[in-house]
Design a protein around this ligand. Structure first.
Ligand SMILES: Nc1ncnc2c1ncn2[C@@H]1O[C@H](COP(=O)(O)OP(=O)(O)O)[C@@H](O)[C@H]1O
Ligand SMILES: [Mg+2]
Length: 668
């Protein structure tokens, strides 16, 4: 038998992708499902079609967005049917909400129903969540077109589409082979059902299908139906990514920190401030002493300035040198030269010329008290050496000594030093300007007395502004100038965009909380993609996995703003602040010491390890004098919403990912 190798035939197909959503069409939400579908069609379906049907495919995907409106939907789909689109796929509007009317719009356009496709889609979703039964998909054939309706949520779209994808080459080929669409229903469903056997589970996993992950959130056309399970379940465990997982690779904490530090390397501003306002800031230049300190020979003790060669015996007290005063300066050179003469002196007072030692008052006795006509006479009981109890000029700080280096943190001692040397203003690195934004429809201002049902008080705004203030001792004084609280922003595209754009104009750093997970209302990541560059969107840690870091650059001025999109759970917010935002703030403020101190500690009790991600376990550490080491005490339940686990904690215990319990030395 001779093999006849057929050249693939070139075919041009058009496929329509219609996103049906009021919110997307009003630009209150970014469409994720439509673009995702297009991506799968172009990257995966095309390959399968070409290989299964032995064709070279010129595939055009036409994409449109319409509101949840029967006429609008029908108008587009009818046009596409008329143009013989091979496939028309809608996403959104298949749920139970009053505005969900995609099935009603599509059904009358279908000539032959294809319930097998509906069953396959529902089955795949029902395997994950019972809520799938609230989806009302329709599928069918009209002339040249295969039409089906997918739910609105991007996860469900991927999952449903990937489920039916193996059957599509055969289905589309059969439709095309009979333009009159006279395919018997029995034949059609049989073929469709037969397909999965030729696409074994191995084949489908090739496309990334995995149901290992919990959580399933259907939303229809951008409306949340209140049954999204994504929170709490969306953890796509470790690296077990699936088609429903995040598109962002999971990177390690160290890598994330280095990406952040690289981005803030060039954001530094130097300013000159009065030294009293420089606490916590980093010096932008080195500081050298111009004058010596002390600038004069000064006594270290209260006593008498003497000539050491005069030894023990009686002395006449010529006058006094008091700190900042006295009358010794009025004495003539002649008087001061008189043998066995001395001058009463106090601590810090200037040594009169000609004297070379101080005898402390305890080593003397008064022989005769001073009267109007007579000088005081004392007895020096002990001999003193040259220079005794005298601070020489420049003995503390010589002229030309470097007292502060660039990058040194200015603390109380440093401010004292500068004041000593007569430095009144100092060149420092300015702390970055920070704006804090809380996102979430469920949030009410923290001072709300009666919180509406289903709402909570916004705690993150205050926690974040306080943590910044608390941390400012490590990067500089923080005033109203430096930290702005933007307040609460709804989970809607326009307000969020406005908040980010406005804040970027006036801040070096934006810290947001919430809206970075996988829920339908988690809009921060896609929005940041549009406004700037997302450098990472997931970190291999617990808590804090969805942490997102982006930069927004002003095209005209070139000003760069760092955006830390912290997860909304209050503990995740705090932990990610300490691990990622604080080092960045320190680096941007010019500090040479930017990392949190790391010490080794013994566990005070057994702790359960996380098998999937390294954990930053909140604990209290203290020095154990008996064991001569730090010992850590866990703060209890480590749920990322339990702010009580942060209370009283003074350290984060770094627990590597591991199965089981642990009770030995760990790094902190
Ligand atoms: N500002 C806030 N104050 C208190 N709790 C918040 C705040 N923002 C979010 N949360 C809570 O944190 C949890 C996660 O919120 P979400 O917006 O889904 O965060 P993310 O998507 O970033 O993980 C929710 O229970 C939410 O109510
Ligand atoms: Mg939220």
């Amino acid at each position: 038998m001779t093999d006849i190798v057929q050249q693939p035939q070139l075919q041009s197909w058009e496929v329509g992708v219609l996103t049906i959503s009021d919110r997307v069409s009003r630009q209150q939400a970014i469409d994720q499902s439509g673009p995702e579908l297009i991506k799968i069609i172009k990257e995966q379906l095309k390959v399968i079609l070409e290989s299964q049907l032995n064709i070279t495919l010129k595939l055009s995907v036409i994409y449109k967005v319409v509101p949840d409106d029967i006429d609008a939907i029908r108008s587009i789909v009818s046009q596409w049917i008329a143009k013989d689109f091979r496939m028309i796929i809608t996403t959104g509007g298949t749920g139970f909400s009053p505005r969900d009317q995609t099935p009603e719009a599509i059904e009358p356009l279908i000539k032959k129903k294809t319930p097998g496709i509906v069953v396959a889609m529902l089955k795949s979703s029902l395997d994950i969540t019972a809520h799938a039964m609230l989806s009302r998909p329709v599928a069918g054939i009209t002339d040249m077109s295969l039409i089906f309706t997918l739910p609105g949520s991007v996860k469900a779209v991927r999952e449903n589409f990937i489920t039916i994808m193996p059957a599509l080459p055969h289905a589309l080929a059969l439709i095309a082979s009979d333009q009159k669409a006279s395919l018997p229903e029995s034949h059609q469903s049989k073929d469709i059902n037969k397909q999965p056997t030729s696409f074994s589970s191995d084949d489908s996993s090739k496309f990334g299908v995995s149901h290992t992950q919990g959580g399933h959130g259907h939303s229809h056309g951008g409306h949340s139906h209140g049954h999204s399970h994504s929170h709490g379940h969306h953890t796509c465990g470790g690296n077990k990514d699936s088609v429903r997982g995040s598109k962002y690779p999971m990177i390690d904490v160290d890598k994330a920190v280095s990406i952040i530090l690289e981005q803030c390397k060039d954001i530094k501003t130097v300013e000159s401030v009065p030294i009293a306002e420089s606490l916590g800031m980093a010096c932008a230049t080195s500081v050298e002493s111009v004058e010596p300190f002390p600038p004069f020979r000064a006594s270290i003790k209260d006593g008498y300035a003497v000539r050491s060669v005069d030894g023990v015996g009686q002395y006449v007290v010529l006058g006094s040198s008091l700190a900042g005063g006295g009358d010794a300066h009025r004495l003539t050179e002649q008087q001061l030269k008189a043998e066995r003469s001395c001058v009463r002196i106090t601590t810090g007072a200037m040594m009169p010329e000609g004297y070379d030692a101080v005898v402390m008052v305890e080593d003397t006795q008064i022989i005769t008290k001073a009267t109007e006509s007579q000088l005081e006479v004392i007895n020096v009981d002990v001999a003193v050496a040259v220079g005794q109890d005298i601070r020489a000029v420049g003995s503390d700080i010589k002229a030309g000594t470097t007292v502060l280096n660039k990058g040194d943190k200015i603390g109380a001692a440093e401010i004292g030093l500068l004041a000593t040397l007569g430095v009144t203003t100092i060149s420092v690195f300015k702390p970055p300007k920070i704006t804090i934004i809380s996102t979430g429809d469920e949030l009410m201002p923290h001072d709300t007395k009666e919180v509406k049902e289903g709402f909570i008080r916004d705690s993150n705004s205050l926690t974040l502004s306080s943590i910044v203030k608390e941390a400012s001792q490590h990067f500089g004084e923080v005033g109203a100038q430096t930290v702005k609280n933007y307040g609460i922003v709804k989970d809607e595209l326009e307000p969020l965009k406005e908040a980010l754009v406005k804040s970027a104009e006036c801040s070096d750093v934006i810290i947001t909380s919430g809206g970075v997970s996988m829920g339908e209302l988690d809009l921060v990541k896609p929005l940041l993609e549009k406004l700037g560059k997302v450098h990472f969107g997931r970190v291999n840690m617990k808590p804090g996995k969805p942490l997102t870091f982006a930069t927004i650059e002003n095209g005209q001025t070139g000003k760069k703003t760092l955006v830390f999109a912290l997860p909304g759970n209050p503990v995740s917010t705090m932990v990610t602040f300490y691990l990622f935002v604080l080092p960045a703030l320190r680096q941007m403020s010019g500090h040479s010491q930017i990392n949190l101190p790391l010490v080794e500690t013994k566990l005070g009790e057994r702790v359960r390890m996380d098998p999937e991600r390294p954990e930053y376990h909140r604990c209290f550490i203290s020095w154990d004098f008996n064991q001569s080491c730090f010992v850590s005490q866990s703060t209890g339940s480590q749920a990322s919403c339990r702010l009580l686990s942060m209370k009283k904690s003074n350290a984060l215990l770094i627990l590597p990912k591991k199965e089981g319990l642990r009770s030995k030395k760990e790094h902190l």
